[in-house]
Design a protein around this ligand. Structure first.
Ligand SMILES: [Zn+2]
Length: 407
């Protein structure tokens, strides 16, 4: 572990001080889920923003939670792209650790007050940080340590899913995160601390402040799952009386149900599936432009006009207006008279369609085909969504004390 304070701006020296991937692998072997974090090089965060507010402290990859690993090979692969980097791990049940983050002298003071009130914390693995230190504790066997919770002034808990800096990383102020005493093991937290930081894993209780929104969302989901009005009413009232703490008055529940019913459009899904998809690109066949007589006869200027017109036609499913003045505007033709003389040559592949339109059959077919494919995908996604909603409705029926299932 490196504990040399870094005071140089020399890049090579920084490189020596950065965490070695094999150090990270050792933490992986301890069971910690590790991932790369940005570092500070010559005073600037490696994310490149000179005004980065979390310089040297934020993950390299937005998907760090899913990519973090305790597997040696995976850690080496995760860290391979970076010659200079800080590192972190995910606190929580997977890594079997939660952390108390004591910030500066103020944090030490308020932690001392807590210990005086309850009992002193046991000796445990301690890592010095930028201004204070981190106390590592074994994750409790039951309950969840709430993430990002302040338990006293300047004393935070890093719980389920929170990112924590690994020893060997360097703070923006140049201090190295370092283990104080390697011989001290990770301790079990005392009961008073666990009481402050954990919540029981009971699902379902809906507290004040969340009741209306939860009821509203559940009612929407039930309608979407194809439940009848009576079924939704019965389930929602059962949900309210058994889970809402305290239950909302019946009038309030009825008002919510009425609102959902009014808003719920049975044709919503059909409209959603049939809504034309925006296709912001189209295939411009280079081969066709280069080899066809029509394409070859165009000047660069005319080819530019053609591409503008093709882009507009694509958005409209292969169709264009046949109004020549409008076409000249769409093509951004600076010489309108020249455009009017040449537009048929420029728009080869289009033919009149009705009185007011031109159509490019190939483009119309391709556009239509893609819309069909997208519609099918939307439909499949919708079927999966309904299946999920039905499962949810079934579990509600099973878990709530409803008096017999409505037909
Ligand atoms: Zn940054």
């Amino acid at each position: 572990m490196c504990v040399v304070a870094v005071e140089t701006e020399n890049l090579e020296f920084w490189r020596l001080e950065m965490i070695e991937v094999e150090q990270v692998v050792k933490y992986g072997e301890m069971g910690l889920y590790c991932f790369p974090i940005h570092s500070v090089v010559n005073g600037v965060c490696t994310c490149g923003r000179t005004d980065c507010r979390r310089a040297g402290k934020h993950p390299r990859d937005v998907a760090y939670k899913s990519k973090a690993s305790n597997d040696a090979a995976k850690i080496r692969k995760l860290f391979r792209p970076y010659s200079l980097t800080n590192a972190g791990f995910i606190a929580g049940r997977k890594s079997d650790i939660f952390v108390v983050d004591v910030d500066g002298e103020e944090g030490q003071k308020s932690l001392a007050e807590l210990e005086a009130k309850h009992s002193p914390l046991p000796m445990t693995r301690t890592v010095t940080s930028g201004r204070g230190y981190h106390l590592w504790f074994k994750y409790p066997s039951t309950g969840t340590v709430r993430p990002g919770r302040e338990i006293a002034h300047k004393v935070d808990v890093r719980g389920e899913g929170d990112a924590v800096m690994l020893p060997g990383s360097i703070h923006v102020n140049g201090k190295v995160y370092a283990v104080k005493d390697e011989s001290v093991a990770i301790a079990t937290a005392p009961g008073w601390l666990l009481d402050k930081v954990t919540r029981e894993d009971v699902t379902g209780a809906i507290p004040e402040g969340k009741r209306s929104r939860t009821v509203y969302k559940e009612a929407c989901a039930l309608f979407r799952a194809g439940q009848t009005r009576e079924q939704v009413c019965q389930l929602i009232h059962a949900l309210n009386s058994s889970r809402c703490n305290p239950p909302l008055p019946d009038e309030k529940i009825n008002a919510i149900l009425e609102k959902v019913e009014q808003e719920f459009d049975p044709d919503f899904v059909k409209k959603e599936i049939e809504r034309p998809a925006r296709l912001p690109w189209f295939k411009l066949s280079a081969e066709e432009v280069l080899t066809s007589m029509d394409g070859q006869s165009l000047t660069d200027y005319e080819l530019g006009q053609r591409i503008r017109l093709l882009s507009t036609a694509w958005i409209n499913g292969g169709k264009l207006t046949s109004d020549i003045d409008a076409l000249a505007r769409i093509a951004h033709a600076s010489d309108v008279e020249a455009f009017k003389a040449n537009w048929k040559r420029i728009l080869y592949g289009f033919r009149p369609c009705g009185k007011k339109e031109l159509i490019n059959e190939g483009m119309a077919a391709e556009h239509g085909g893609l819309q069909v494919i997208i519609g099918k995908r939307r439909e499949a996604a919708h079927i999966a969504q309904v299946r999920k909603a039905k499962k949810h409705a079934d579990s509600l029926w099973a878990s709530l004390p409803t008096e017999g299932r409505a037909a």
